[in-house]
Design a protein around this ligand. Sequence first.
Ligand SMILES: O=C(O)CCC(=O)C(=O)O
Ligand SMILES: [Fe+2]
Length: 364
Amino acid sequence: MASMYDSDSDSKPVNEEGDHPWKEAINKGYGTTGLSKMRLRALPKAFIQPPEKRSSSMIRASSQASGDTIPIIDMSKAEAAELICEAAEKWGFFQVINHGVPAVLMSDVMHAARRFLGQAAEEKRRFLKENTSCSNVVYMTSFFAEAEKGLEWSDYLSMNFVSEEEAYAFWPAISKDATIEYLKSSNTLIKRVLKILMNKLNANELDETNQTRRIQFNYYPISPTPDLSVGVRSHSDVSLLTVLLQDDVGGLHVRREIDSKGDEWVQVKPVAESLVINIGDFLEIMSNGIYKSVEHCVVSNGNIDRMSIPIFVGLQNSPTIGPLPEVLATGKKAEYKEVVFSDYIKYFLNKPLDGKSTLKLAKI
Ligand SMILES: O=C(O)CCC(=O)C(=O)O
Ligand SMILES: [Fe+2]
């Protein structure tokens, strides 16, 4: 069934009061993708960010004073391990090339995501929280639509990997083969990076059976007024680490503290066939702050849409999370306390994305 959200025409006028039926758009699976297709002249009120949350103004306000860029690390070189640890300490973000994930699988999963996201709302709405037949596969708009002051101008499909059997049974048929292949292939890279990071801490390798993988298709449609909207608000990831495949549009920005001069926002410029890796909150806590889980955000774009595919490498529901004993054995004072793991997750999930506010829960 065709609808106004599927139309490419300008025929639907904008309600000048901002009283747009955005809720209906979300609840019926059209999402911001459908709103964007209506070629609105103004952003629906619900998506206007409060001035202090507008990433475009934050980024403009902090010029890239240092001129530094996110490290690009060639994983086929002998010095890769050292550079990864250095980047994890200094930046919390780096890009890897020659990482072993075949380019064809990266391109296949990007196409798979486009196929899913490009479908009519009728297909996508089957995966909304209230409709999905598997709670591990959910299609959403914004991170926490119920409580956010300004919704994020993005739609995404989140797939929590539990088993191949479940993934083949419940992930969208239009994209599942390529997604599962890519996820499997990326595992070797994930294991290698985690091993390198643990080695540097003199800590034992992390048990893979105690880890989780969640893959997400993020879609950022064209925004009518990109200065007022945001793709993803500033946040740090609740993960051990995140491996992100982005297309060639750009828009991901990382916050960097420069000692006395305050901070700056640095763009993670797309590099062909690379993957972006960032440290998440769990590794910052476990490493007692040696590795940094850094704030990042995605700006909206008024000219072109964007896609990205993160894999969040997480932890199973272990009882608590805190600094690793191996790290504290060096005699360093604990910067983080042991917190109940489920409390940490619950706290993260029940509020809008807001900088590093979740991490503060564990900070001493
Ligand atoms: O789209 C991106 O570049 C980053 C998305 C992100 O930060 C996230 O999904 O946590
Ligand atoms: Fe993120």
